[in-house]
Design a protein around this ligand. Structure first.
Ligand code: UD1
Length: 422
């Protein structure tokens, strides 16, 4: 199992590209099941999650060709040979549950394992299932699998989500593209990923309005066709490197970065005393000497502060000059990085969904363990500001969502390397 070793103390300078968005790309890949024509995706990130989902789609009969070293993929679901998404793949990747809507929408039938993914909370799928039921699907659960059936097709209806769910909004939106009549999704997710999925579906012939707002209207069509779609920049990767620059100090330009993707983060970082400016190529982040100011942060659905950047923000607050409160409202078990940061000398008190972080002047390097995708990167960020060496083990979590993090940070001047355990 690989580890990453970081020696802290270097400032970061230079420019790095922001990769295509993992979460967007995964849902676009699932959407390929909605048509018998090829869907071509460009700006695809080179991540293990993408490879895992590709395996699942191939097991369903989708042919996948990789171009440009994997930066472009052509997904051809002309013949769906199996409508069952097996546990051995779905457990590795929660996003694979998003084959459900496209399969039921196109084939009228799907059997999908209940999902896995990062262990950050219960992560139920009741909202996904309720939405499909409201569209006329019959749902049953047995042996860890969801069986969904709509032999005469789904029908449009009004669905009000009791809580905002990115995955459920996207599953319902995909299913609704081929339903009879009009579907209205209320209290829908407004995430850029969801908007990007709607844009791609529209390119495939779907009739969708309101994506990016909390009410999305989908007029069902007979069939969808192929298209070519470029994956938007990954706002979580962008935000992670913005925070990395804040933690280490220095000046970094993030190519393809856009402020509207990370509005709430930019505001929080500016309040912490970090400069952020838009450039022709992307976003520039700069921190000179001097301590970070403490800022309170509460995670919320987009456009609020993203839960996927909470762990990284905590690493930044660990070295702030004062006390900050971080509140997690999306997932109930998402402070697993806190005990590891404490091993590095951080002063953190966790009570339920709230963490009180009292900044220290310097963190100290330590052996730490990655527990989930975003937690693992927060430990690397903390290592950038720590005295001495931080060894982060179990970095396979990291490879699910970050392309060669050691190369990107290394090119900016960090002392960081990956070591493979023998
Ligand atoms: C997506 C992202 C994930 C991000 C999260 C919130 C992908 C692949 N993953 O996950 O990185 O952290 O959005 O921005 O896109 N919930 C239910 N019932 C459901 C569905 C969700 O109770 O049927 C709850 C969840 O447990 C959670 C909240 O709703 O507390 C939000 O989850 P959701 O937006 O669905 O997250 P995901 O789509 O799984």
């Amino acid at each position: 199992m690989d580890s990453i070793i970081v020696k802290g103390g270097n400032r970061l300078t230079g420019e790095i590209p922001v990769a295509g968005a993992k979460n967007t790309c995964l849902k676009l890949m699932c959407a390929a099941l909605l048509t018998d024509e090829p869907l071509t995706l460009t700006n695809v990130p080179l991540l293990s999650d993408v490879a895992t989902l590709a395996l699942l789609l191939e097991s369903l009969g989708c042919e996948i060709a990789r171009l440009q070293g994997g930066r472009a993929v052509v997904l051809n679901a002309a013949d769906i040979v199996d409508q069952k998404a097996h546990y051995d793949i779905v457990r590795k990747l929660r996003a694979s549950f998003n084959v459900l809507g496209p399969l039921v929408g196109r084939c009228g039938e799907a059997v999908v394992s209940l999902p896995g993914g990062c262990a950050i909370g219960a992560r139920k799928v009741d909202l996904h299932l309720a939405a499909l039921e409201e569209m006329g699907a019959t749902i049953s659960l047995s042996d860890g699998y969801v069986h969904a059936s709509a032999p005469n097709g789904l029908r449009g209806t009004e669905i009000e989500f009791p809580t905002v769910s990115v995955g459920a909004t996207e599953n319902a939106m995909c299913a609704a593209t081929l339903a009879k009549g009009t579907t209205v999704l209320r209290n829908a997710a407004r995430e850029p990923d969801t908007k990007a999925l709607a844009d791609c579906l529209t390119g495939m012939g779907a009739r969708i309005s309101g994506a990016g707002t909390s009410t999305i209207t989908i007029d069902g069509v007979e069939r969808l066709h192929g298209t070519t779609h470029r994956v938007i920049p990954d706002r979580i990767e962008l935000g992670t490197y913005m925070i990395a620059t804040g933690v280490a100090g220095g000046e970094v330009e993030l190519i393809d970065g856009r402020r509207e993707l990370v509005g709430a983060l930019s505001d929080a970082m500016e309040r912490a005393g970090i400069e952020i400016s838009e450039t022709e190529k992307g976003l520039k982040v700069r921190r000179d000497g001097g301590r970070i100011l403490p800022v309170d942060v509460r995670t919320e659905p987009f456009p609020g502060f993203p839960t996927d950047l909470q762990a990284q923000m905590m690493a930044l607050m660990c070295i702030a000059d004062g006390t900050s409160m971080l509140e997690e409202t999306i997932f109930e078990n998402r402070f697993m990085h806190a005990p590891e940061l404490i091993r590095m000398g951080a002063n953190i008190d966790v009570h339920g969904g709230q963490a009180k972080v009292t900044g220290v002047e310097r963190l100290k390097g330590a052996p730490v363990m990655a527990t989930d995708l975003r937690a693992s990167v927060s430990l690397i960020l903390a290592g950038l500001a720590a005295e001495g060496e931080t060894v982060v083990s179990r970095v396979y979590h990291l490879d699910r969502g970050y392309e060669h993090v050691e190369d990107k940070l290394g090119s900016l001047g960090a002392t960081i390397e990956r070591v493979s355990a023998t």
